[in-house]
Structure formats: structure tokens, C-alpha cells
Design a protein around this ligand. Structure first.
Ligand SMILES: C[S@@+](CC[C@H](N)C(=O)[O-])C[C@H]1O[C@@H](n2cnc3c(N)ncnc32)[C@H](O)[C@@H]1O
Length: 271
């Protein structure tokens, strides 16, 4: 149900599909339920993810507006990234499905951060409400990205900014596995990869072209793209250490953006 490294993968369909075609075939939208799961401790504190955390923060500092009136962190969990946006926002809301996550956030940030529970597929916010939003490490839980993107567009004011991290299908390790015959999962085809986990729903990884079509269908303009977590690898961490990789990441985010083969692609979108 929760974020971890997926091992098994379901064979993709052979024919490439457009985002519109895929949206038509999407029926159920199950929730990845983090209620009762200590995401903060298990995923971040007990594991070596200092590099990944630093890479996310670097991208957010680069893409999020410096000053925001009304801001929302969508599927923001326990507010891991709140200290990045709180100093920039007059009002900040943390939105998530999991009440466990929201309660943890309240313990940490108190009244500095408003919290709201709900399901992303029908956001409990009025149209044109926020001047900026953030959504990080969440797209892999969402089967119907067109609906998600439409909802995010709806709640933003005209001219508002969405900073969205997307779990990328077209990564370098997947390319090597494909070229060396270790998998028949083609990282270059447009349809999403559905990584089946122990839980019912699994994870979705998206091809940048597929997801960019979805954002444009909603009405967004893509204003900036960053390639993020470029060196996410246990082997690289063991050889070079986090500090070195974080320094390397700093230069790589813009430089590698045109090739889009990092596990995380960050988009700055404008309504
Ligand atoms: C991997 S965590 C990421 C949390 C945070 N953005 C971060 O980067 O630390 C994914 C979050 O998505 C939330 N989530 C999953 N499905 C959701 C849904 N349908 N609606 C709202 N939130 C959802 C989970 O509760 C969880 O907190």
C-alpha cells in the first residue's frame, strides 16, 4: 500500500497509447492507504534517503514561487517538505488522504500548517483557490493522472503555479535492462508501467511525453522541467557518499532535464 521499491512488473500492452485513450479505459481508482503506516520513520528516518530528500528540496527551492498567498501541498504526507514552503507562503494547507499523516504534521507544525483530509480525485477545495501548489512523490499512486491533473488545474487561480514531481518510466537502469534483454518492458513506449506490489493497486510510472500530454490536456503550460534524483542508486551512495552525490545533483538537475531519464521529473506548470 505504501511507497517502497517495487520488484515485479506487469507486462505492458504492446500498442503505445495516448493519454486520452488511456483515460477512457481507466475504471477504478483505488487509494494507496497510508493510514496506520509510519511513513516518516520507516521510509525516511530508518532508511538512507538523505540524498533523495536533498534532491527534492533543491528542485522545490528552484521551482516554487518565492512568495505565495494561498498554497497547498497535495498528498503532502506528514509535511516532510513543509519547512521549504512555509517561509514562502502566507497561508499553507497540507492535503492528504491519510489522517495518520495529517495528525503527525499537526504535531510537528501546529497552527503554522492547516490540514485537510480527502481524496485527490475529488479535491475538497473551490475552483481558483490557490496561487501555488506542490505535489511530490505521489503520482506513482495515481492510476488516472488525467483526472488528477484536471483537479489540480481546477483549484489553481489563473496564472497559478503547480510544481509536480512525476515518477518516470524512462529511466537509465530500465533502458539498460531492456537493451540487455533482462526485461521486455519497453521504457520508450508511452503507456504507463504498472508495477504490481504486494498490495492491490501497485505503482504507476509515467513516460514524460505521456504525462506532458496530460498536463497540456488540462490546460497547463509547461514553464520549466528539472531532472531530479539523477544518482539514486545504493551502489553510487556506497562508492561516493551522499555529500558528493548531492553536489553532483545540484549541477545535473538543469543539465539533464532535456533527456528526462532520472527517476523523478519535476514540472513547473502554469495555469
Ligand atoms: C509517498 S507519500 C509522499 C508524501 C509527501 N509528498 C512527501 O514527498 O514526503 C504519498 C502520499 O500520498 C497520499 N495519497 C495516496 N493516495 C491518495 C489519494 N487518493 N488522495 C490523497 N492522498 C493520497 C498518501 O496518503 C501519502 O501520504
Amino acid at each position: 500500500m505504501v511507497e517502497k521499491t517495487a520488484k515485479k512488473a506487469v507486462k505492458p500492452t504492446k500498442k503505445p497509447v495516448s493519454a486520452k485513450q488511456a483515460a477512457k479505459t481507466i475504471k477504478s481508482k483505488p487509494i494507496s492507504d497510508y493510514n496506520g503506516y509510519d511513513y516518516k520513520k520507516i521510509f525516511w528516518e530508518d532508511a538512507d534517503r538523505k540524498y533523495e530528500d536533498a534532491a527534492d528540496r533543491m528542485a522545490i527551492r528552484r521551482l516554487l514561487p518565492r512568495e505565495m498567498e494561498n498554497f497547498v501541498d497535495i498528498a503532502g504526507g506528514y509535511g516532510r517538505l513543509a519547512n521549504e514552503y512555509l517561509p514562502r507562503a502566507k497561508t499553507a494547507t497540507l492535503f492528504d488522504y491519510s489522517k495518520t499523516e495529517l495528525a503527525q504534521a499537526k504535531e510537528i507544525y501546529g497552527d503554522q500548517l492547516q490540514t485537510k483530509a480527502g481524496d485527490i480525485y475529488s479535491l475538497p477545495f473551490k475552483d481558483n483557490m490557490f496561487d501555488a501548489l506542490l505535489m511530490v512523490r505521489a503520482t506513482h499512486h495515481f492510476k488516472d493522472m488525467q483526472k488528477v491533473s484536471d483537479e489540480l488545474y481546477r483549484i489553481l487561480k489563473p496564472g497559478g503555479v503547480a510544481v509536480i514531481e512525476v515518477a518516470n518510466k524512462k529511466t537509465l537502469p530500465r533502458m539498460f535492462r531492456y537493451w540487455t534483454g533482462k526485461t521486455d518492458q519497453n521504457p520508450f513506449s508511452l503507456e504507463p508501467i504498472h508495477l504490481k506490489e504486494l498490495n492491490a493497486d501497485g505503482f504507476y510510472n509515467y513516460h514524460p511525453k505521456y504525462i506532458e500530454e496530460i498536463f497540456k490536456n488540462s490546460g497547463f503550460q509547461i514553464s520549466e522541467v528539472l531532472s531530479v534524483s539523477n544518482f539514486r542508486s545504493a551502489r553510487l551512495k556506497a562508492i561516493f557518499g551522499n555529500k558528493f552525490l548531492i553536489n553532483l545533483e545540484s549541477g545535473a538537475q538543469k543539465l539533464l532535464a532535456p533527456v528526462r531519464f532520472a527517476p523523478s521529473i519535476y514540472y513547473k506548470l502554469v495555469k
